[in-house]
Design a protein around this ligand. Structure first.
Ligand SMILES: C[S@@+](CC[C@H](N)C(=O)[O-])C[C@H]1O[C@@H](n2cnc3c(N)ncnc32)[C@H](O)[C@@H]1O
Length: 252
Protein backbone atom coordinates (compact mmCIF):
# COMPACT_ATOMS: atom_id res chain seq x y z
CA UNK A 1 0.00 0.00 0.00
CA UNK A 2 1.33 3.48 -0.87
CA UNK A 3 1.78 6.39 1.52
CA UNK A 4 -1.26 8.35 2.67
CA UNK A 5 0.71 11.60 2.66
CA UNK A 6 4.14 13.11 2.03
CA UNK A 7 4.78 12.79 5.79
CA UNK A 8 4.06 9.02 5.69
CA UNK A 9 6.39 8.64 2.73
CA UNK A 10 9.17 10.59 4.47
CA UNK A 11 8.77 8.53 7.66
CA UNK A 12 8.99 5.22 5.76
CA UNK A 13 11.99 6.38 3.73
CA UNK A 14 13.84 7.74 6.77
CA UNK A 15 13.42 4.37 8.54
CA UNK A 16 14.79 2.56 5.48
CA UNK A 17 17.82 4.87 5.23
CA UNK A 18 18.58 4.21 8.90
CA UNK A 19 18.56 0.41 8.53
CA UNK A 20 22.12 -0.93 8.54
CA UNK A 21 23.33 2.01 6.42
CA UNK A 22 26.48 2.88 8.40
CA UNK A 23 27.71 -0.73 8.14
CA UNK A 24 26.71 -0.83 4.46
CA UNK A 25 28.88 2.25 3.76
CA UNK A 26 31.76 0.65 5.65
CA UNK A 27 31.41 -2.52 3.59
CA UNK A 28 31.09 -0.78 0.22
CA UNK A 29 33.35 2.28 0.63
CA UNK A 30 35.70 1.03 3.36
CA UNK A 31 36.39 2.76 6.65
CA UNK A 32 35.94 6.55 6.73
CA UNK A 33 39.74 6.85 7.11
CA UNK A 34 40.42 4.75 3.99
CA UNK A 35 37.78 6.54 1.93
CA UNK A 36 39.01 9.94 3.14
CA UNK A 37 42.52 9.07 1.94
CA UNK A 38 41.16 8.21 -1.54
CA UNK A 39 39.10 11.41 -1.79
CA UNK A 40 41.94 13.58 -0.49
CA UNK A 41 44.25 12.16 -3.17
CA UNK A 42 41.83 13.28 -5.92
CA UNK A 43 38.93 15.44 -4.68
CA UNK A 44 37.95 16.48 -8.23
CA UNK A 45 37.08 12.87 -9.04
CA UNK A 46 34.41 12.53 -6.33
CA UNK A 47 32.87 15.84 -7.49
CA UNK A 48 33.29 15.23 -11.24
CA UNK A 49 29.58 15.27 -12.13
CA UNK A 50 29.02 18.64 -10.44
CA UNK A 51 32.31 20.55 -10.66
CA UNK A 52 32.27 21.47 -14.39
CA UNK A 53 29.13 23.54 -13.77
CA UNK A 54 30.33 25.55 -10.75
CA UNK A 55 33.61 27.19 -11.74
CA UNK A 56 35.95 27.62 -8.77
CA UNK A 57 34.27 26.48 -5.55
CA UNK A 58 36.83 28.01 -3.18
CA UNK A 59 35.08 30.25 -0.67
CA UNK A 60 31.60 29.43 -1.97
CA UNK A 61 28.81 28.51 0.42
CA UNK A 62 27.45 25.24 -1.00
CA UNK A 63 24.52 23.10 0.11
CA UNK A 64 24.68 19.39 -0.76
CA UNK A 65 21.01 18.43 -0.81
CA UNK A 66 20.34 14.87 0.48
CA UNK A 67 24.10 14.36 0.57
CA UNK A 68 24.08 10.89 2.12
CA UNK A 69 27.56 9.49 3.01
CA UNK A 70 29.22 12.87 2.49
CA UNK A 71 31.67 11.96 -0.29
CA UNK A 72 30.67 14.88 -2.51
CA UNK A 73 30.55 17.28 0.45
CA UNK A 74 34.03 16.28 1.64
CA UNK A 75 35.48 16.61 -1.86
CA UNK A 76 34.02 20.13 -2.23
CA UNK A 77 35.31 21.07 1.23
CA UNK A 78 38.79 19.86 0.26
CA UNK A 79 38.56 22.20 -2.75
CA UNK A 80 37.92 25.12 -0.41
CA UNK A 81 34.11 25.37 -0.30
CA UNK A 82 32.11 25.95 2.85
CA UNK A 83 29.75 22.94 2.70
CA UNK A 84 26.48 22.09 4.41
CA UNK A 85 24.81 18.71 3.88
CA UNK A 86 21.09 18.38 4.51
CA UNK A 87 19.91 14.79 4.90
CA UNK A 88 17.47 13.05 7.24
CA UNK A 89 19.40 9.84 8.02
CA UNK A 90 21.48 9.63 11.20
CA UNK A 91 23.42 6.61 9.90
CA UNK A 92 24.51 8.62 6.83
CA UNK A 93 25.48 11.50 9.10
CA UNK A 94 27.64 9.23 11.25
CA UNK A 95 29.66 8.02 8.23
CA UNK A 96 29.91 11.52 6.75
CA UNK A 97 31.10 13.16 9.97
CA UNK A 98 33.77 10.49 10.41
CA UNK A 99 34.76 10.95 6.75
CA UNK A 100 35.11 14.73 7.14
CA UNK A 101 37.13 14.33 10.35
CA UNK A 102 39.45 11.83 8.67
CA UNK A 103 39.89 14.21 5.70
CA UNK A 104 40.53 17.06 8.17
CA UNK A 105 37.84 19.32 6.75
CA UNK A 106 34.78 20.87 8.32
CA UNK A 107 31.38 19.91 6.89
CA UNK A 108 28.18 21.06 8.54
CA UNK A 109 25.79 18.06 8.45
CA UNK A 110 22.21 19.11 9.20
CA UNK A 111 19.91 16.22 10.08
CA UNK A 112 16.54 17.28 8.70
CA UNK A 113 13.76 16.47 6.29
CA UNK A 114 14.77 18.63 3.32
CA UNK A 115 11.20 19.89 3.03
CA UNK A 116 11.49 21.74 6.35
CA UNK A 117 15.16 22.72 6.03
CA UNK A 118 14.47 26.23 4.73
CA UNK A 119 12.90 27.04 8.13
CA UNK A 120 16.16 26.33 9.99
CA UNK A 121 17.85 29.67 9.31
CA UNK A 122 20.74 28.15 7.38
CA UNK A 123 21.15 31.32 5.33
CA UNK A 124 21.39 31.72 1.61
CA UNK A 125 23.68 29.44 -0.38
CA UNK A 126 25.77 30.33 -3.46
CA UNK A 127 25.10 26.88 -4.92
CA UNK A 128 22.88 23.85 -4.33
CA UNK A 129 24.25 20.53 -5.56
CA UNK A 130 22.59 17.11 -5.63
CA UNK A 131 23.14 13.84 -7.39
CA UNK A 132 21.89 10.36 -8.20
CA UNK A 133 18.61 9.64 -6.47
CA UNK A 134 16.98 12.76 -5.06
CA UNK A 135 13.61 13.59 -6.62
CA UNK A 136 11.94 10.19 -6.37
CA UNK A 137 11.83 10.56 -2.55
CA UNK A 138 9.29 13.37 -2.95
CA UNK A 139 5.55 13.30 -3.48
CA UNK A 140 5.38 16.97 -4.50
CA UNK A 141 8.30 18.22 -6.61
CA UNK A 142 6.72 21.64 -7.13
CA UNK A 143 7.02 22.09 -3.34
CA UNK A 144 10.54 20.56 -3.37
CA UNK A 145 11.84 23.18 -5.88
CA UNK A 146 10.11 25.99 -3.98
CA UNK A 147 12.17 24.87 -0.93
CA UNK A 148 15.31 24.87 -3.13
CA UNK A 149 14.54 28.49 -4.07
CA UNK A 150 14.27 29.45 -0.40
CA UNK A 151 17.76 28.03 0.24
CA UNK A 152 19.29 30.10 -2.60
CA UNK A 153 20.90 33.49 -2.45
CA UNK A 154 20.30 35.83 -5.42
CA UNK A 155 22.01 34.41 -8.52
CA UNK A 156 22.77 31.05 -6.84
CA UNK A 157 23.44 28.04 -9.06
CA UNK A 158 21.51 24.78 -8.84
CA UNK A 159 23.34 21.72 -10.22
CA UNK A 160 21.38 18.48 -10.25
CA UNK A 161 22.77 15.25 -11.70
CA UNK A 162 19.90 12.80 -11.55
CA UNK A 163 18.82 9.39 -12.85
CA UNK A 164 17.04 9.69 -16.19
CA UNK A 165 13.31 8.86 -16.10
CA UNK A 166 13.55 6.89 -19.35
CA UNK A 167 15.90 4.46 -17.58
CA UNK A 168 13.96 4.42 -14.30
CA UNK A 169 10.44 4.27 -15.71
CA UNK A 170 10.95 2.13 -18.81
CA UNK A 171 14.04 -0.04 -18.26
CA UNK A 172 14.35 -0.67 -14.51
CA UNK A 173 12.12 -3.45 -13.25
CA UNK A 174 10.15 -2.90 -10.06
CA UNK A 175 7.77 -5.40 -8.43
CA UNK A 176 4.31 -5.46 -10.08
CA UNK A 177 5.09 -2.53 -12.38
CA UNK A 178 4.95 -2.73 -16.15
CA UNK A 179 7.05 -0.06 -17.91
CA UNK A 180 4.98 3.13 -18.13
CA UNK A 181 6.68 6.49 -18.63
CA UNK A 182 3.62 8.41 -17.44
CA UNK A 183 2.86 6.30 -14.37
CA UNK A 184 2.19 8.38 -11.25
CA UNK A 185 2.17 5.31 -8.98
CA UNK A 186 4.13 5.06 -5.75
CA UNK A 187 6.58 2.17 -6.06
CA UNK A 188 7.65 0.27 -2.94
CA UNK A 189 11.08 -1.32 -3.35
CA UNK A 190 14.22 -2.00 -1.32
CA UNK A 191 16.56 0.90 -0.67
CA UNK A 192 19.74 0.33 -2.75
CA UNK A 193 22.32 -2.01 -1.19
CA UNK A 194 25.68 -0.34 -2.03
CA UNK A 195 27.57 -3.61 -1.46
CA UNK A 196 25.88 -5.13 -4.54
CA UNK A 197 24.58 -8.12 -2.55
CA UNK A 198 20.94 -7.05 -3.03
CA UNK A 199 20.21 -7.40 0.68
CA UNK A 200 16.99 -5.74 1.82
CA UNK A 201 18.10 -2.84 4.05
CA UNK A 202 14.57 -1.52 4.43
CA UNK A 203 11.91 -0.66 1.86
CA UNK A 204 11.51 2.80 0.35
CA UNK A 205 8.55 4.42 -1.34
CA UNK A 206 9.39 6.12 -4.61
CA UNK A 207 7.57 8.45 -6.99
CA UNK A 208 9.40 8.64 -10.32
CA UNK A 209 8.98 11.91 -12.22
CA UNK A 210 8.99 12.51 -15.97
CA UNK A 211 11.45 14.97 -17.50
CA UNK A 212 8.55 17.31 -18.28
CA UNK A 213 7.41 17.27 -14.65
CA UNK A 214 10.94 18.02 -13.43
CA UNK A 215 11.56 20.87 -15.87
CA UNK A 216 8.12 22.32 -15.21
CA UNK A 217 8.72 22.33 -11.44
CA UNK A 218 12.20 23.92 -11.76
CA UNK A 219 10.84 26.73 -13.94
CA UNK A 220 7.66 27.26 -11.92
CA UNK A 221 9.73 27.71 -8.74
CA UNK A 222 11.56 30.67 -10.34
CA UNK A 223 14.81 29.13 -11.58
CA UNK A 224 16.24 30.04 -15.01
CA UNK A 225 17.53 27.00 -16.88
CA UNK A 226 21.09 27.50 -18.17
CA UNK A 227 22.12 23.98 -19.24
CA UNK A 228 20.59 20.54 -19.67
CA UNK A 229 22.59 17.45 -20.70
CA UNK A 230 21.65 13.79 -21.07
CA UNK A 231 24.17 11.01 -20.40
CA UNK A 232 24.25 7.38 -21.60
CA UNK A 233 23.32 4.61 -19.17
CA UNK A 234 26.35 2.94 -17.49
CA UNK A 235 25.38 -0.56 -18.61
CA UNK A 236 23.45 0.15 -21.81
CA UNK A 237 24.87 3.22 -23.60
CA UNK A 238 22.04 3.08 -26.16
CA UNK A 239 19.61 4.55 -23.62
CA UNK A 240 19.82 7.66 -21.40
CA UNK A 241 20.88 6.83 -17.82
CA UNK A 242 21.26 10.24 -16.21
CA UNK A 243 20.90 13.96 -16.89
CA UNK A 244 22.48 17.13 -15.56
CA UNK A 245 20.33 20.20 -15.04
CA UNK A 246 21.92 23.58 -14.29
CA UNK A 247 19.83 26.60 -13.33
CA UNK A 248 20.23 30.05 -11.77
CA UNK A 249 18.08 31.45 -9.01
CA UNK A 250 16.72 34.67 -10.52
CA UNK A 251 13.14 34.93 -9.33
CA UNK A 252 10.75 37.55 -10.83
C1 LIG B 1 20.26 7.81 -3.20
S1 LIG B 1 20.81 8.91 -1.95
C2 LIG B 1 21.46 10.26 -2.84
C3 LIG B 1 22.71 9.84 -3.48
C4 LIG B 1 23.95 10.42 -2.92
N1 LIG B 1 24.03 11.81 -3.22
C5 LIG B 1 25.11 9.65 -3.50
O1 LIG B 1 25.80 10.16 -4.36
O2 LIG B 1 25.27 8.50 -3.11
C6 LIG B 1 19.32 9.61 -1.36
C7 LIG B 1 19.51 10.38 -0.07
O3 LIG B 1 18.34 11.14 0.17
C8 LIG B 1 18.12 11.17 1.57
N2 LIG B 1 16.71 11.56 1.70
C9 LIG B 1 15.62 10.98 1.14
N3 LIG B 1 14.51 11.67 1.42
C10 LIG B 1 14.90 12.74 2.18
C11 LIG B 1 14.20 13.83 2.79
N4 LIG B 1 12.88 13.96 2.68
N5 LIG B 1 14.91 14.73 3.49
C12 LIG B 1 16.27 14.61 3.63
N6 LIG B 1 16.98 13.59 3.08
C13 LIG B 1 16.30 12.67 2.37
C14 LIG B 1 18.52 9.78 2.04
O4 LIG B 1 18.84 9.74 3.41
C15 LIG B 1 19.74 9.51 1.15
O5 LIG B 1 20.91 9.92 1.78
Amino acid sequence: MGPKSAADMTQANRAAWNTGRYEAWQESLGSPADEAARITADPERAARRILPHLGSVAGKKICNVQGSHGRLAVSLALLGAQVTVIDFAEENRRYAVELANAAQVGVDYVLSDIMTAADLGLGEFDALVMELGILHYHLDIMAFFRVMGRLCGEGATLVMHEFHPVQRKLFQSYPDRAPNYFSTAIVQAPVPDPTGQDRVLGECQYRFWTLGEVLGAVLAAGFRLTAFQEHPDWTDPKIPGAYTLVADWRPG
